[in-house]
Design a protein around this ligand. Structure first.
Ligand code: ZN
Ligand code: ZN
Length: 354
């Protein structure tokens, strides 16, 4: 955790002001996530670092409680692992170090101590339509599993792990330093307490091997950027055989016309002032097909027309959907043709006379 002292400011990371609202945060995060996504920058560790830092900043600032802590105490308020007494800590937060420690958490520390495997993080990009409909996608997930050749012992067939002679199986050795006795991890067995005279050739004595597994992920309809799915037990297998979890972090691309606000979708339509006065129709996209919306006579600038239940589904209750809200922008022509001018002058005369 010492490296955290030099961490950049989360607001600077996202390039937003300190009073940025949720929408501004999400917009900034989405742009950075798209730019630095590891899939788009294979082998580029600098991009990966930027990606991770942006994700971390967003995770904190999107959560009002964590943001308040960050604003008050800085990084110490949200990254100190000992700082866990406040309410509203969600599951992911206790995993902060692991999740962001490494994209796939290799070698990470399990939540339940040494027995549990690391959690893995997978970042998934979705189009707006995919987010609206939900989908099932198969992803390749690297995972440590027990080596079958040695059955996880790390020793070659016919040999057995032996109690470490240096620490006598305790996994720790003690050093005298002045008045203090320091216990450190045994350098010979690296804390395992056992050594292997003949390491298993398949796994090089690790007792584990890495495999790529296919994991099927079902994304419910209505998800949004910043949401994550937790797949229990799909993470790394720990030394004790207990797997960690797999977290799928979602980034949803923006729709060219809709502005999303929770489950509601806002869209702007320009209507000529005469059409606004007389009434008419505009065409808008929906999550299903394009549809025609009636503009009632006498529509005013800024009026909204709401299409109930046409917005995004709620990922937790697919049958409950938000609305589509059409914002009417009434336009006034900057130039008039001769014919238009004559018609409008006639309109002005009638209006003045009445
Ligand atoms: Zn092996
Ligand atoms: Zn030892």
């Amino acid at each position: 955790m010492t490296a955290r002292m030099d961490k950049p400011d989360y607001y600077e990371v996202l390039g937003v002001s300190r009073d940025a609202d949720e929408r501004a945060l999400k917009k900034a995060y989405r742009a950075l996530a798209m730019q630095y996504h590891p899939d788009r920058n294979p082998g580029d560790t600098e991009a990966e670092d930027k990606f991770k830092m942006a994700s971390e900043a967003y995770e904190v600032l999107r959560d009002p409680e964590k943001r308040r802590l960050y604003d008050t105490y800085g990084h110490a308020g949200v990254n100190n692992t000992g700082f866990s007494g406040f309410s509203g800590v969600d599951d992911i937060f206790s995993q902060f170090g692991d999740i962001f420690g490494d994209l796939f958490g290799f070698g990470g520390r399990g939540r339940g101590g040494a027995q549990r495997g690391s959690d893995l993080r997978y970042d998934m990009e979705l189009t707006f339509a995919e987010a609206a409909q939900g989908l099932k996608r198969t992803i390749q997930v690297p995972r440590s599993v027990r080596c079958d050749t040695c059955d996880g012992s790390g020793a070659e067939a016919g040999s057995k792990p032996e109690t470490c002679s240096m620490c006598r199986g305790r996994g720790q050795v003690h050093h005298q330093q002045g008045f203090f006795t320091l216990a450190t991890t045994c350098p010979r067995c690296r804390g395992r307490g056992t050594t292997i005279a003949k390491p298993c050739k398949t796994c090089d004595g690790q007792g584990q091997k890495r495999v790529e597994r296919e994991v099927s992920v079902r994304i419910p309809p209505g998800v949004d950027t910043g949401m994550k799915l937790r797949l229990r037990g799909e993470g790394d297998l720990g030394p004790g055989g207990h797997p960690g979890d797999l977290y799928v972090f979602l980034v949803v691309k923006e729709h060219p016309e809709f502005q999303r606000d929770g489950q509601d979708l806002h869209i702007l339509r320009e209507v000529d002032f005469a059409r606004a006065a007389l009434g008419g129709q505009v065409t808008i996209p929906t999550l299903e097909d394009d549809t025609t919306v009636n503009i009632p006579p006498g529509t005013q600038p800024g009026d909204r027309i709401t299409l109930r239940g046409k917005g995004m589904p709620n990922p937790n209750h697919a049958e409950s959907r938000g609305d589509i809200i059409v914002h009417v922008k009434v336009t006034i022509p900057k130039r008039l043709s001769q014919e238009q001018r004559e018609a409008l002058e006639r309109y002005a005369e009638v209006t003045a006379a009445s």
